[in-house]
Design a protein around this ligand. Sequence first.
Ligand code: NAP
Length: 251
Amino acid sequence: MQVDLSGQRALVTGASRGIGRTIAEALMDSGARVVAHYHRERAGAEALVRGRDGSVALAADLADGRAAAGLFARALDALGGLDLVVNNAGVALESPLDSPTDDWLRAWDTTMAVNLTASGVLAREAVRHFAAHGGGRIVFIASRAAFRGDTTEYLAYAASKGGMVALARSIARGCGKQGVKSFVLAPGFTRTEMADDFIARYGEAYAMKDVALDRMTEPRDIAPLVVFLASGLADHCTGTSIDVNAASYVR
Ligand SMILES: NC(=O)c1ccc[n+]([C@@H]2O[C@H](COP(=O)([O-])OP(=O)(O)OC[C@H]3O[C@@H](n4cnc5c(N)ncnc54)[C@H](OP(=O)(O)O)[C@@H]3O)[C@@H](O)[C@H]2O)c1
């Protein structure tokens, strides 16, 4: 079995670093052309697409839903269409229960805007485009937290990821006849800058506590799954959630 994504066009949000960067790289290595979206890390996204014919880096602040819709339109223009959207960009903002209400609400609103609202906006745009152009696929990078829950400092994070799962499932069930397939990947701790913040606070031993394998999950453990889902070989798994957590949470 060989996977060849030649001719496919993908938008990967949060492709400047971490999981999104490795996903975008794997898609390009498999023949796809990619819009590598970034927010602040322009250099990372531009370096990623350098020398990759037909791939481009585009900026947008996904805390703004209108900017998310604008990103989709610009990605369509850049690639002449889209076949895959990977909703990967995300934030994990620590927000203790006893923080001042304004602070807690600010963190809640930003988390929901970036993780959930932007994913919803992009998914809506994708569904409408795919339905009119022979179909397509959406991959939502959610989290183990959507299913297991998280600590009380990360209530908004877990809730936003649960929302992404409901979104992905609803699209799979509601839009399949229009050729739209929708999948969730649910990573556990993965070695990126996002996890670094957590490890700095709680320690590596805590992050590894429930992991059954001998090392923490890395972006390279996640990216091949996106390539596989993009290939169409797993279309009848539409609506499914794939855990990538080294058996730290088996359900
Ligand atoms: N790492 C983990 O342990 C883990 C576990 C489970 C799930 N996940 C999920 O996997 C996804 C990627 O995580 P990661 O660990 O690779 O994170 P990361 O290294 O912190 O990278 C986050 C990405 O999201 C982008 N981003 C952040 N705020 C944004 C905003 N306001 N507008 C647009 N883009 C924004 C960043 O863009 P710039 O760099 O350009 O600013 C960056 O590309 C996230 O959805 C995360 O929740 C991660």
